[in-house]
Design a protein around this ligand. Structure first.
Ligand code: DWN
Length: 407
């Protein structure tokens, strides 16, 4: 574990504004009960110079990502989001037989949608050995996405992408916030990207996190909590100016930024978002002090609701053993037996337990078998999809974020 005292973008000394205690590594699920859980601090620090919020510690990425239980393809909502991106880029950037490289490609979810949209030259890069394509049969092999089992680095950029005459499109969705050395990351982009290529990044948007109280998305994988302003400063420092930005609903609210080697004119969207951030006080440390109070409100209310339901002998099951859900349960001090079990349709997660809260993760069929009175949507960011799949059960839903409510 590495301590962080200065900003990873501009090296300014940092100030703390949120302390969520010591928390387990949310995706490092456990296979049996243990009274001792490995925990690390969650403290959020602010840079008064470039306005980046960031964690006070960095966990070894090998420990977090060399075996990774999260599979992007489980969500139909996210798959559709990926297909929509592929179609959009094909229309707006009509490259001739483009090479598309996806950094942190996970189970190939995004690139499979690019393939469906007609892209032919695809390369995934991901460090998780367990996510590498498994060929059960010829069909699987045909559907497989060429993937390099590695972290992104300047060496990978040089040895695999530059040597293939560089990439037209490089994507990085839900990885940029996970990276400690952002300068090395962007040095690699500069090596790997064609002169007229585009680098497309999706990250959770800190304005949504703050305004919608999404404190459960604060956990050790997410080292940085981005506004557009710090991204502009960082990318300009690497001669990769951001020329367009979009605000998206996915994952509780994200931004998609488009950068290039100064090959495209800056879009109005960049200035508009910077003006919004400035006008709404997101560059002022004093506005962050109240966040802890909002967190306590949800923590206390969810704990009380689960205690009341337990005392009334109501059965509560979770849906979605998400990293955010596991962090929420730990922040709220929720353990078994307040929650019977958590359904998750990710094979790599089933049969395991949540770290810290020790709740069994079970297959979807357990909903039919156990018939819960309440379903706690731990993957609230996919609420419509989860509700559609379980509404026949007749249970009520507990939606924890932005404020705990029963529907
Ligand atoms: O940045 C990250 C985001 C994008 O994904 C990573 N740090 C880790 C991960 O965060 P998360 O686990 O909070 O993401 P999700 O996508 O909100 O997790 C949803 C969970 O729910 C997954 O374990 C899959 C599961 N699920 C399910 O079982 N049935 C999800 C859907 C939609 C379903 O129908």
């Amino acid at each position: 574990m590495k301590q962080v005292n200065e900003c990873r973008i501009c090296k300014t000394p940092l100030r703390k504004y949120l302390d969520l205690g010591n928390v387990p590594l949310c995706n490092n699920l456990i296979t049996q009960y243990s009274p001792v859980t490995e925990k690390f601090p969650i403290r959020v620090l602010f840079c008064d110079e470039c306005y980046l919020s960031q964690l006070s510690v960095v966990i070894d990425p090998e420990k977090l990502y060399s075996h990774y239980v999260y599979h992007s393809s489980v969500s139909q909502t996210f798959k559709q989001h990926c297909f929509d991106l592929a179609v959009k880029l094909k229309a707006e950037f009509p490259f001739d037989l483009p090479l598309v490289v996806d950094i942190a490609s996970n189970d190939g979810c995004l690139l499979r949608q690019f393939k469906k949209a007609g892209y032919q030259r695809l390369l995934g890069i991901d460090p998780a050995q367990n996510l590498m394509n498994k060929y059960e049969n010829e069909e699987d092999f045909k559907d497989a996405i060429p993937t390099l089992n590695s972290f992104w680095s300047k060496e990978v950029a040089r040895e695999y992408i530059a040597k293939a005459n560089c990439a037209d499109i490089i994507t990085a969705t839900n990885v940029f916030a996970h990276v400690d050395d952002l300068n090395e990351f962007l040095d690699g982009i500069n090596i790997a990207l064609k002169d007229k290529g585009i680098f497309v990044v999706e990250v959770p948007y800190f304005v949504d996190l703050f305004r919608k109280n999404e404190f459960d998305t604060i956990y050790h994988e997410h080292l940085s909590y981005f506004l557009l302003a710090p991204l502009i400063r960082l990318f300009n420092g690497h001669a990769l100016p951001i020329f367009k930005v979009e605000h998206l609903a996915i994952h509780g609210g994200s931004i998609r930024i488009y950068a290039s080697k100064n090959a495209y004119p800056e879009d109005r969207s960049v200035e508009d978002m910077l003006e919004f951030e400035q006008m709404n006080g997101f560059y002022d440390y004093s506005n962050y002090i109240s966040f802890a109070t909002k967190v306590d409100g949800v923590r206390n209310k969810l704990g009380q609701i689960l205690l009341d339901l337990y005392n009334c002998e109501k059965k509560v099951m979770g849906y979605g053993a998400s990293a955010k859900g596991i962090s929420l349960l730990n922040y709220c001090g929720v353990q078994t037996p307040y929650i019977h079990s958590i359904v998750d349709e990710t094979p790599d997660k089933q049969g395991k337990m949540t770290p810290g809260s020790h709740i069994d993760i079970v297959p979807f069929e357990m909903f039919e078998k156990e018939r819960p009175d309440y379903i706690l949507l731990l993957a609230w960011n996919f609420a419509p999809e989860l509700i559609e799949k379980t509404k026949h059960l007749g249970a009520k839903y507990i939606v924890p974020i932005p404020d705990v409510r029963i529907i």
